[in-house]
Ligand binder design. Structure first.
Ligand code: HEC
Length: 379
């Protein structure tokens, strides 16, 4: 009896032990799965992409990428509309994460070596790649593709999850032959940027803003391709995307021009589309798309921030501000009274728009003065 109970309790103990052990194993497995699954998101959210050498070269790169990853879930916008995928809520989140703290972190991680490398890269750029680098900066840096751990646009730092069944990692757009765009021709890169069509016949998800880039001239798009191909190749196999339904093919209409417009107003429009000022400055429709009738008429982007009305309305917009003052502001963030802009627009200027040539900043100002004045106070 005793023996029996002994052996029973031993048996019980060992089965308990086995139980506990298997629980432990399961726990560890879950942990590992979480680390594997969630890790791409977590570091991305914490590490602003700006550590990358290329980022150093273009000042701190956007911290938007991680934000967009967070935004992707609530978005659930109709897949076909690139603009729709950025809902006001999404913007808010994006902007909310662009904190000065993130900025500081970004600066702190820019090592002297990174700067040297960036400088070395700059020296090596062809005139075409140089022109492409400028356009990439004005387009706000291709930030989603940054992989801070790998130090470049190696992709895969996080996944967008726009709606159930969708998981889409930003691609490796460094010229690595096997895992990036190293084996693509410049024309294939141009097609991906302007139409979302991939060399293998697949169509990119409109999370990649090819619609916004579809107006890029042949020359400019090829220059961007030259710049992307001039980056350091980084080997990084990004997980294949999962989409609930294949995205529709997209054909730019009108067809893009051979060269960018040179008339100041048209050039300004071209740059405003490239920089996507409307992402912040245009109010949204209920479905999250931009309200075309209120183009650039001001928009609340977070609880504590509004992107002002920049139409030429006298009372609520830029009507009374001279073009040269607007242009200076875009390059410096300094208002005519000497005060400095803060917050999200400061980051846009420090990271990207400070690189605008004087001519281009004047072209943008001329375009802003040419659009319909809309009376709207987003406060
Ligand atoms: C990521 C969001 C974002 C983007 C993109 C953006 N802006 Fe802004 N912008 C803001 C915010 C926010 C403010 C308000 C700054 C403040 O609170 O002082 C602002 C302010 C401005 C102002 C000052 C207006 C005034 O009345 O003082 C101008 C001009 C302006 N932006 C132009 C532009 C142009 C042109 C572009 C595109 C080339 C652009 N912005 C892109 C967020 C953005």
């Amino acid at each position: 009896m005793r023996k029996k109970s002994d052996s029973y309790s031993v048996h019980l103990m060992s089965s308990r032990l086995a139980w506990i052990l298997s629980l432990l194993v399961i726990f560890v497995l879950i942990l590992a799965a979480c680390a594997g699954g969630a890790a791409p998101a977590a570091p991305a959210a914490e590490t602003p992409a700006a550590e990358a050498p290329a980022a150093a070269e273009e000042a701190a790169e956007p911290t938007e990428a991680p934000a967009e990853e967070e935004e992707a879930e609530p978005t659930e916008a109709p897949a076909e509309e690139a603009e729709v995928t950025e809902t006001p809520a999404a913007e808010e989140e994006a902007d909310a994460t662009e904190t000065p703290a993130a900025e500081e972190e970004a600066e702190a991680t820019e090592t002297p070596e990174a700067e040297e490398e960036a400088a070395a890269e700059e020296v090596a750029l062809s005139p075409e790649a140089e022109a492409g680098a400028y356009l990439v900066t004005i387009s706000r840096g291709c930030g989603c593709h940054f992989n801070a751990d790998l130090g470049g646009r190696a992709g895969g730092a996080f996944a967008f999850e726009p709606g159930a069944g969708n998981s889409i990692y930003p691609a490796n757009i460094t010229p690595d032959e096997a895992t990036g765009i190293g084996s693509w021709s410049p024309d294939e890169i141009v097609a991906a940027i302007r139409t979302g069509a991939l060399p293998d016949g697949k169509q990119l998800h409109p999370i990649m803003p090819y619609r916004a880039f579809s107006h890029l001239s042949d020359e400019d798009a090829l220059n961007i391709a030259a710049y992307l191909l001039a980056q350091e190749p980084i080997e990084n196999a990004v997980p294949a995307r999962q989409v609930a339904s294949e995205p529709e093919p997209f054909t730019p209409d009108p067809a893009p021009p051979a060269t960018a417009p040179t008339d100041p107003v048209a050039r300004g429009e071209y740059l405003v589309q490239l920089a996507r000022c409307g992402d912040c400055h245009t109010p949204r429709n209920e479905d999250g798309s931009q309200n075309a009738e209120m183009f650039l008429a001001g928009n609340r982007i977070s609880e504590d921030e509004v992107a002002y009305n920049i139409t030429p309305d006298d009372a609520t917009g830029l009507g009374t501000i001279p073009e040269d003052e607007i242009a200076t502001f875009l390059r410096t963030g300094t208002y005519s009274d000497g005060s400095e802009v803060a917050g999200t627009m400061r980051e846009q200027i420090d990271n990207y728009f400070h690189e605008l040539t004087e001519e281009d900043s004047l072209a943008i100002a001329a375009f802003l003065k040419s659009i319909p004045a809309v009376e709207n106070d987003p406060e």
